[in-house]
Design a protein around this ligand. Structure first.
Ligand code: SF4
Length: 462
């Protein structure tokens, strides 16, 4: 019985689980109001990322590209950044925030985006846009390092560093949600409202579940404002729900402005939601109301109906964003399931030292593998060639063919999910998320029992 954390031994990646750093920076950027990022690189660095966002949310998002070509890749392309900023400001009179997001090519050729931002600030912006509030924020996100996860983390930190400004205490809590869905934001706001906590929810993407309005506006954007970001320095505390998606910004606010912070836990499952509420209580002094005790009770009741009969002992493989995957693993263990394979799609050396992963290593009483820098072949090969038997796969849509080809039931969770309708609308966090996840896992298993005629009669009598 052991739990090993090991890096994928093979060179190369066969069917990646994550995409590259600029994607994460773009995701953080679309969470800000009056913001359009310019990705300094080839058009594909935007085109494919926008497509992922659109597939996942079934909405449109605006992101620009400096559209690098051969001459720029050889001789440098800062002139294209200058032109792109000018065009964007002319085309969009309301845009105030423009992150300049680098890519693999522009980092390799050494384009100095910090330098060009200084030049634009003292030149173009003063001369042509003197009466406009414009913020150019550099984001270094080369794709040969990290992944979309670290790209998100870098971007959140850079935005906070750029805008946070010491002023009067605002008696608010900063909540850095990390890479979540609109349904998660709704669930988190609900918990905070029940506790009567005034919070600044950062990189707030609840509105990505956008209405189709009579005026036909079909562009989605987030709700975090410049004022929200500025006032992060004056909060009574910061909670970053995800260690790898916003944790650095929380540390920065503590180190620079003495804003106390708590990183994690990702509030997936009853145990982690309890801890989240305790953390909110610790930072704000607000009590946990009876209404949330009742919600907790309803979720526990729903889960107890399922755990012993259907979930206990079920072997699960989980892949996706690290905080999500770790939270799901902890929740599965609480439900007496057996996460046997955990795949983390980049080579962050910090994973091995993560206390949650250490706790998994110390506490599991069966064989579990945690693979870093993993790809989908790590999952597929074990199933096809090494006899790995699974009852369930938890992960995003990019792994769907492994589930389909091998007849393994799969619950879609994480980003991107495009082959099931409306999944972004449902939370995985909070008591509501625990209940939804538990019930969806059970329903997925039920459908499989019926399809394979495997003790489906049990469903008549429970
Ligand atoms: S790997 Fe490089 S070229 Fe490809 S999308 Fe990412 S940043 Fe762009």
């Amino acid at each position: 019985m052991s739990c090993e954390v090991k890096q994928k031994e093979r060179a190369g990646i066969i069917n990646p689980i994550f995409t590259c750093q600029p994607c994460g920076a773009q995701y953080a950027s679309i969470g800000i109001k009056e913001c359009i990022g310019i990705v300094h690189g080839g058009q594909g660095c935007v085109m494919f990322v926008r497509l992922l966002f659109s597939q996942h949310f079934k909405e449109s998002f605006e992101i620009a590209s400096s559209s690098l070509h051969e001459d720029g890749a050889v001789f440098g392309a800062l002139n294209r950044v200058e032109q792109a900023v000018d065009v964007l400001l002319m085309r969009y009179p309301n845009v105030k925030v423009i992150p300049i997001i680098t890519t693999c090519s522009t980092e390799i050729i050494g384009d100095d985006i910090d330098g060009v931002i200084s030049k634009l600030n003292t030149g173009l912006l003063k001369e042509k846009y003197a009466n406009r509030e414009v913020h150019l924020v550099p984001m270094h996100t080369p794709s040969f390092k990290g992944s979309m996860i670290s790209g998100y983390d870098v971007a959140v930190e850079e935005f906070v560093k750029y805008f946070a400004k010491k002023g009067k205490p605002n008696e608010k809590l900063n909540l850095i949600t990390g890479w979540v869905n609109p349904g998660d934001v709704t669930a988190l706001k609900h918990l905070l409202m029940e506790m009567k906590v005034d919070a600044t929810v950062l990189f707030e993407i609840e509105s990505f579940d956008s209405p189709l309005m009579p005026d036909g506006n079909a562009i989605s954007h987030g709700n975090t404002t410049i004022a929200d970001l500025a006032s992060t320095a004056n909060a009574s505390g910061t909670i970053a729900l995800n260690r790898y998606e916003g944790g650095k910004a929380a540390e920065y606010l503590q180190n620079e402005f003495d804003v106390p912070m708590i990183i994690g836990p990702t509030p997936i499952g009853i145990r982690n939601t309890d801890m989240f509420l305790q953390n909110v209580k610790q930072l704000t002094g607000k009590a946990i109301p009876q209404s949330l005790v009742v919600e907790r009770g309803i979720a526990i009741d729903a889960l107890s109906d399922l755990t012993h009969m259907f979930l206990t002992g079920k072997k699960v493989a989980i892949y996706g964003n690290p905080d999500l995957v770790i939270g799901l693993s902890e929740f599965c263990l609480d439900l007496e399931m057996k996460p046997v394979l955990i795949l983390l799609g980049d080579d962050n050396a910090g994973y091995k030292k993560d206390p949650r992963i250490k706790a998994l290593q110390e506490n599991v009483d069966y064989d579990m593998e945690i693979i870093t820098n993993a790809d989908f072949w790590e999952l597929e090969n074990r199933i096809k060639n090494e006899g790995l038997e699974l009852d369930l796969i938890l992960g995003h849509s990019k792994g769907r063919y492994i589930a389909i080809d091998n007849n393994i039931p799969m619950l879609r969770v994480g980003f991107p999910t495009y082959d099931r309708a409306g999944m972004y609308r449902y939370p995985v966090v909070g008591y509501a998320g625990a209940m939804w996840l538990g019930e969806q896992m059970a329903n997925t298993l039920f459908t499989d029992m019926e399809y394979k005629k495997n003790k489906e009669w049990v469903l008549n009598v429970w």
